[in-house]
Design a protein around this ligand. Structure first.
Ligand SMILES: NC(=O)c1ccc[n+]([C@@H]2O[C@H](COP(=O)([O-])OP(=O)(O)OC[C@H]3O[C@@H](n4cnc5c(N)ncnc54)[C@H](OP(=O)(O)O)[C@@H]3O)[C@@H](O)[C@H]2O)c1
Ligand SMILES: *[C@@H]1O[C@H](CO)[C@@H](O)[C@H](O)[C@H]1NC(C)=O
Ligand SMILES: *[C@@H]1O[C@H](CO)[C@@H](O)[C@H](O)[C@H]1NC(C)=O
Length: 316
């Protein structure tokens, strides 16, 4: 009798665990976006793509800002088909090149009259250097988005109430920002081991949270609000550059412990759409809820310093 109940009991427990702990809440907002324009960076795959599909379904004009023309155009067809909308546009943007960020912004500002929501979603887990000689994860996950956001800020202000949403990660909890290293080596840490790469990913995601903190202060008195978030653990292509063993572990555990991209885009959608969260501008969300963060992630001096060094690096 005991064993007969044990198996279904475990199945139910596993199901509940997956629903509550892994998947969590989903975005409940019914906000429609007809007449509004949204940019989603890194939207050719992963949670960026599902976010783009969901926003297009709600009527938004969606700009897919992706680095590869080929992957971007393939995604354009998928997003149009799956959302049933033809208000979807691909525009080339390589966040590892400040020149590309500038030409994207120029092109966008020239051809699109509105910007209502900017979703800084693109991110990578990869060592190396950007075109401009910055550490790759600092350059793409932080600096490229920093410049992009700044170049688009006036348009966001004109179209307020508008929002900036930064996809960060719980990995920011193990990050730190070493300003001396940034100053001398244009990268977050000098090492190249697997541990260093985990470290640098966390550092770059801490930069996202600090930026949101500083940006919210700079946006006081405007109708632009901003949010950073952890989307959860999701089965996407993010681990594609990780070591083979890490990839194998992730792909096996992933089936149970990770979310699907659609589940993984819920907190992004919540920050982009939920009515009445404006007073939470600058905060960090996960599981569709504002969370408290460690002191280092709301450090006023560090966020100001990071803002200033980023301005200098971008020449703005
Ligand atoms: N998956 C997770 O468990 C998890 C957890 C916490 C946070 N996140 C964050 O969620 C965000 C989305 O990640 P994902 O899991 O959906 O990963 P993904 O499947 O690897 O998608 C990342 C996207 O970013 C793009 N990208 C990378 N480098 C770029 C560059 N230089 N310029 C423009 N776009 C670039 C990629 O384009 P290509 O296809 O051309 O490379 C791709 O579209 C990231 O910020 C990541 O840090 C993910
Ligand atoms: C997510 O939120 C739901 C509802 O508030 C809660 O029941 C669940 O435990 C949360 N999950 C996590 C992982 O925080
Ligand atoms: C998002 O993060 C990027 C990079 O860290 C930063 O440039 C941008 O200002 C941030 N925006 C918001 C709203 O936090």
């Amino acid at each position: 009798m005991f064993y007969i109940l044990l198996v279904p009991g475990l199945v139910v427990l596993a199901y509940v665990f997956r629903q509550v702990v892994v998947i969590g809440r989903s975005c409940k907002s019914n906000t429609k976006l007809h007449g509004k324009t949204v940019i989603v960076t890194g939207s050719n795959t992963g949670i960026g793509k599902t976010t783009a599909i969901e926003l297009a379904k709600r009527g938004a004009r969606v700009i897919l800002a992706c680095r590869s023309k080929q992957r971007g155009e393939a995604a354009l067809q998928d997003v149009k088909r799956e959302s049933g909308s033809n208000q979807v546009v691909f525009m080339q943007l390589d966040l590892a090149s400040l020149k590309s960020v500038r030409s994207f912004a120029e092109n966008f500002l020239k051809t699109e009259p509105r910007l209502d929501i900017l979703i800084n979603n693109a991110g990578l887990y990869m060592m190396g250097r950007t075109e401009d000689g910055f550490g790759m994860m600092f350059g793409v996950n932080h600096l490229g988005h920093f410049l992009l956001t700044n170049l688009l800020l006036d348009r966001l202000k004109e179209c307020g109430p508008s929002r900036v949403v930064n996809v960060s990660s719980t990995a920011h909890n193990w990050g730190r920002v070493d300003f001396d290293c940034l100053n001398t080596h244009r990268t977050l840490r000098k090492g190249t081991s697997m541990l260093d790469s985990f470290g640098i990913y966390g550092d770059s995601k801490l930069c996202n949270v600090l930026f949101t903190h500083e940006l919210a202060k700079r946006l006081k008195g405007t109708k632009v609000t901003c949010y950073s978030l952890h989307p959860g653990g999701i089965k996407t292509e993010l681990q594609r550059n990780a070591d083979a063993t890490v990839q194998m572990i992730l792909s096996n555990l992933g089936k149970f412990f990770f979310k699907t991209p659609l589940q993984g885009s819920q907190t992004t959608l919540h920050c982009a759409l939920q009515e009445g969260i404006e007073h939470l501008s600058g905060r960090y969300f996960s599981n569709c809820t504002a969370r408290s963060v460690y002191a280092k992630a709301r450090d006023d001096a560090a966020s100001k310093k990071l803002w200033e060094i980023s301005e200098r690096f971008c020449g703005i």
